[in-house]
Design a protein around this ligand. Sequence first.
Ligand SMILES: Nc1ncnc2c1ncn2[C@@H]1O[C@H](COP(=O)(O)OP(=O)(O)O)[C@@H](O)[C@H]1O
Ligand SMILES: [Mg+2]
Length: 468
Amino acid sequence: MSPLWTSDEVAQALTGARIAAAFVADGVTFDSRAVAKGDLFFALKGETSDGHDFVADALKRGAAAAVVSRNVEGAGGTLIRVPDTMKALVELGRAGRRRSSARIASVTGSVGKTSTKDALRAVLSAQAPTSASAASYNNHVGVPISLARLPRQARYGVFEIGMNHPGEIEPLARQVEAHVGVITNVGPVHIGHMGSEEAIADEKACLFAGMAPGAVAVLNRDNRHFDRLAAHARRFGVARIVSFGRSELADARLLSCSLQDSGSDVAALIHGRRIEYRLGAAGEHWVLNSVAALAVVEALGADLTQAAAALATVSASPGRGARRVLKFGGGTVEFLDESYNANPVSVRAMLAVLARTTPVAGGRRLLVLGDMRELGEGADAYHAGLADAVASSGAAQVFLCGPHMQALWRKLAPAQRAAHRPDSAALAGEVAAALRAGDVIAVKGSLGSKMKAVVDAIVAASDGEVGR
Ligand SMILES: Nc1ncnc2c1ncn2[C@@H]1O[C@H](COP(=O)(O)OP(=O)(O)O)[C@@H](O)[C@H]1O
Ligand SMILES: [Mg+2]
């Protein structure tokens, strides 16, 4: 198999590059701790660290060469000097994209980007060589690095694009130059930086900037910003708009689903064709992500029936709804680990899953929520606004932490109130002490709320994980 990059190709792609010696690279990375043998290492300047300090380390770990913008003493390997390493990474990404004959999809949205991207990776890889962004590699570094990792033999490429601030999506979308772009949904996420949901919609729509000729926009028909997004898509010159959702008007329409703890049975009508499939990930939000994925599959020109069948293999990942079963006090505890992130949309999705998860006889539903960050001035109102969903989740006891969760605490039914503490560290022990065999427990909060402290306390109080 031909290497990902030869030194000649790198020399051609990077403006003003001076390459010390010939090499071939099989991967691209900027994290010296994650260097695999044969990787091309980019020394990037971050806010707190400078990759140039880790060049020697990266080369020692087997990097094929390192891209640098200043001299590195005693690096002990092949160096590629460029004027600006970040610009060089973007150039290599562009080169990776340009040489590719793959059909390319881009994914953005307020929630569900990684889930939808991973579902697409799973269903497309079952058909042909597919490359997709790792984890949530969706920013100014993650996107070009994902493009630079696109193997020349890939037939499909799937790229996640994210944003925290206005203006971030368009340059990334132009790098990806997708054939099909999907916006999973628009909601109040990072609204503190963005001002309004409309501003978020306008920013997300920049996904359609600089797409390949004949491009398709895939949009959520149920979202209240659908018309706004469609207008933007047309303005950006997309050739076709495909909608998905529960709406009768949707081109990819969810007809019905039977939701279970281990996944769902789904019936959908995709461009008039009825398709029934099993989805391996639980939750109604996942069902909609899967319908969106099938709309993308059709737009890419891949096989729909085969893709639908492969959805059975899709499951939620750790911290994003993956279910864990813990041995506990002679029985078990079911643990919905959503500790990775939280916003008003995803917390509601999780509460709906909790509501449908029935504890075994004698067990209860316990709910642990930490602050949702980056919600700006309306933060307290968004927290308080979860009260109805918490009430209908069936949680017997609710544990909250963080200053904004005080607003939700005030709205809780007295019977549901277990504790509200300033931070997760203060709450963790109490949560673990409250657990009993048979309980179902769900934990969610923004990364900054450090809900991992609670997760760790729960796992430590248990007698280990079942099935691992
Ligand atoms: N379509 C959706 N609607 C609502 N919530 C969702 C949806 N898809 C995923 N989620 C929730 O959002 C969380 C983050 O999902 P993820 O796919 O990682 O989103 P992103 O990459 O956009 O941050 C998941 O844990 C899940 O709770
Ligand atoms: Mg993500």
